[in-house]
Design a protein around this ligand. Structure first.
Ligand SMILES: Nc1ncnc2c1ncn2[C@@H]1O[C@H](COP(=O)(O)OP(=O)(O)O)[C@@H](O)[C@H]1O
Ligand SMILES: [Mg+2]
Length: 211
């Protein structure tokens, strides 16, 4: 069990252009610097192999939390792979993953790709959703300790997002990997079975539910 403490705030200073001044005057807005607190000593306990589900509205602070957790984990010596950092070579899908064809089809199936027609296409010829699933397959074979996905499933329809969520947590748990996902969607709880659900509210408010 590792303890992570997250604190984040910003000081906003407004650039005083003529239009900004006009708006400030018209709407009676003050322009003095304001401090916005997003996390105030949020205390989290995360164990290797946990599934961490971060939700909250757009702008509430999900990406910041994910980024801070990632860097604290890296500082603690863990290897972290981020779905958004996966670069796909422009070669047939079946060549991009696994040491053998069987291993490749196996990994792809776990990520929701089991169509021979997709195996022989190149990443640029896939839909966003198919590319996303391919990246998930790449994460699964990465060997990293922590798998992180911001905007998890955003390019997938909800039914597919649920299937993928279920499969990814299953593989992560089988391999003892820590999985952290952030999304505005709150409908993945059954599929992810999270060890930790973090619901970010506005200001520094946050609800934490430990399973
Ligand atoms: N560099 C920054 N300077 C000022 N405010 C920031 C900065 N980065 C993020 N924020 C603010 O922090 C809040 C949370 O951002 P973010 O974590 O990206 O939200 P989410 O991922 O939940 O949509 C937002 O309101 C955003 O405007
Ligand atoms: Mg975000």
């Amino acid at each position: 069990m590792t303890r992570y403490v997250i604190s984040r705030s910003f000081t906003s200073s407004v650039e005083r252009t003529p239009r900004v001044l006009e708006i400030a005057e018209g709407f009676g807005l003050g322009l003095s610097d304001k401090k916005f607190v997003i996390y105030d000593n949020l205390d989290l306990n995360i164990e290797d192999g946990d599934v961490v589900y971060i939700t909250g509205q757009s702008g509430s602070g999900k990406s910041l939390l994910l980024r801070d957790l990632k860097s604290q984990m890296q500082a603690a010596g863990k290897s972290v792979v981020d779905l958004n950092d996966i670069v796909l070579e422009e070669r047939p899908v079946i060549e991009l993953i696994g040491r053998t064809t069987t291993e490749a089809t196996d990994l792809l199936a776990k990520a929701g790709i089991s169509d021979a027609w997709i195996y022989i296409r190149k990443p640029s010829e896939l839909s966003d959703g198919q590319r996303y699933r391919l990246k998930l397959a790449k994460i699964m074979e990465s060997g990293a300790d922590v798998w992180s996905a911001d905007e998890f499933g955003a390019v997938l329809d909800r039914a597919t997002a649920k299937v993928i969520a279920f499969n990814v947590q299953k593989v992560a748990r089988a391999l003892g990997k820590t999985l952290m996902v952030a999304t505005t969607h709150t409908d993945l709880k059954d599929e992810l079975g999270p060890s930790l659900t973090i619901t970010k509210r506005f200001r520094e408010r946050v609800d934490v539910e430990q399973a």
